[in-house]
Design a protein around this ligand. Structure first.
Ligand SMILES: [Zn+2]
Ligand SMILES: [Zn+2]
Length: 187
């Protein structure tokens, strides 16, 4: 059965920078993708509460990369396993994983998409509404075309192509509203 996917908060760059924050309900798994810096303390908890969820019920948190505007809130979920590009972390246990075989939940997995940083991953969700990819390959639907943080723009372009090639119906960019691939309009 596909997962339920929802964007909890659309990211922003100004005024106030925070990542897009997404929620996946996949069987017994409650997954938060990029818990972000958010606009105010408690905002993420209120968004979960509005959906009948407490921080204790979150089973997994996965981050696209390690910048603090995407990761500040990883610690507010006492029961969650946190995942990044290289490992999964629960309490004091660090378990390395191989991305090729790694799944966060049955319908949630990651692909390597370096570019914005070397450790960037994109999170693929097979949802009721089709395939969704949460990724920092794009900040927003409109750009910037050249990522000012990219260590190598060509590597980022390859990652963008890789995301588009898997045929998502929706892309959740690092800092903007979700869009369909055909709506990309990079400035
Ligand atoms: Zn970043
Ligand atoms: Zn970002």
């Amino acid at each position: 059965m596909p997962a339920r996917f929802e964007v909890l908060l659309s990211g922003s760059v100004r005024p106030g920078v925070t990542s897009s924050v997404s929620l996946v309900i996949d069987g017994d798994s409650v997954v938060v993708i990029d818990p972000g810096m958010v606009h105010a303390k408690g905002e993420l908890i209120s968004e979960l509460a509005a959906r009948g969820l407490s921080p204790e019920q979150v089973t997994d948190v996965v981050v696209t990369h390690l910048h603090l505007d995407h990761t500040m809130n990883v610690g507010i979920f006492p029961n969650a396993t946190v995942h990044d590009f290289m490992a999964s972390y629960k309490d004091d246990v660090w378990t390395d994983h191989d991305l090729d075989r790694f799944r966060v939940a049955p319908n949630v997995y990651a692909i390597a998409t370096p570019g914005h940083t070397r450790e960037d991953i994109s999170i693929v969700v097979i949802s009721e509404a089709g395939m969704v990819v949460c990724t920092h390959a794009w900040w927003t639907r409109n750009g910037p075309r050249l990522d000012p943080y990219a260590f190598d723009q060509e590597v980022l372009e390859d990652s963008r192509a890789r995301v588009l090639a898997i045929g998502p119906s929706l892309i959740v960019p690092g800092h903007g509203a979700p869009f369909a691939p055909g709506e990309l309009d990079l400035a």
